[in-house]
Design a protein around this ligand. Sequence first.
Ligand code: PEP
Ligand code: MG
Length: 324
Amino acid sequence: YVKELEKLKDVEVKTVDGEFVNIFSNVEINEEISISNEYKAKGIGLYRTEFIYLEKGDVSEDEQFEILKDAVLRNENKPITIRTFDLGGEKLSNLLPHPDEQNPAMGLRAIRYSLRFKDIFKTQIKAIHRAAVFGDVRIMFPMISGVEEIRQAKNVVEECIEELKNEKKEFKENVPLGVMVELPSLALITHLINKEVDFFSVGTNDLIQYTLGIDRNNEYVAYLYRPTHPAVLTLLRKIYKDAQKGGIEVTVCGEMAGDPKYIPVLLGLGYRNLSMSPSAILKAKMIISRVKISECEKLINSLKRCKFARKAEEKLEKFIDEHA
Ligand code: PEP
Ligand code: MG
């Protein structure tokens, strides 16, 4: 088994019926990029910048530029999707301003925090545009709830570009801009935003949390956290179809994408770009290389007919037993 995993290191993975699946990495610190390269990931699908702030507090533009440039160079010209900081919620730093909140998961988190503390946001946007000179960089905004926030974030980007020009700094101008689809409100209107942005990335961790109303870190309700809940499957299918209609790329970057159990579900729904922790890559390649897309599609048809999430889980487990 270990030998079989090792063999998968270098391969570009495809299903039994010959469909290629692109695997990307989720990265929190630059050191992880070497594992991503070693396992032949197609690039970085999610670079979580909040860890820079959690470690250092409010970092200067130059310091961020150096960290991001280092990440971009280590990634060797492959695409790297840099997510603007997802601070707030459970990711708080004593070194940064933050009000007391009764309900932080629904409070001043991610893009809301960025738009509220615009100077911190602008510093980051400028650093990313400067690092983009050194590779194939894309920018992604977390926890977008609707079109207003997309427009506001784009306006900030415009402002930053003007300032970078005036400051005569070297930077890249047309960096692709995308959004995390991780709130049900955005998932329900992907048909309205597939022309507003250059790509979607599906954050299943939060999408499931907010769709099912379950705190993703609360053990008492963990039994209700079900990626195969019909509501979740319906949203995932819609997001995929609307990305297709808009002609934009879509990647899944939540935990589901790196979980061998749920990969067949995502393939059956249409997804071909999966971003996961580098440590999950080999096992992901293994399951992909053992299934047929046609079977995954059949699996989805049968899951969709399940009224009970528990029943859906049972069907899925049977499928996995037969293939893994
Ligand atoms: C997600 O919500 O699925 C996601 C990838 O983002 P994070 O886990 O950082 O919230
Ligand atoms: Mg998230």
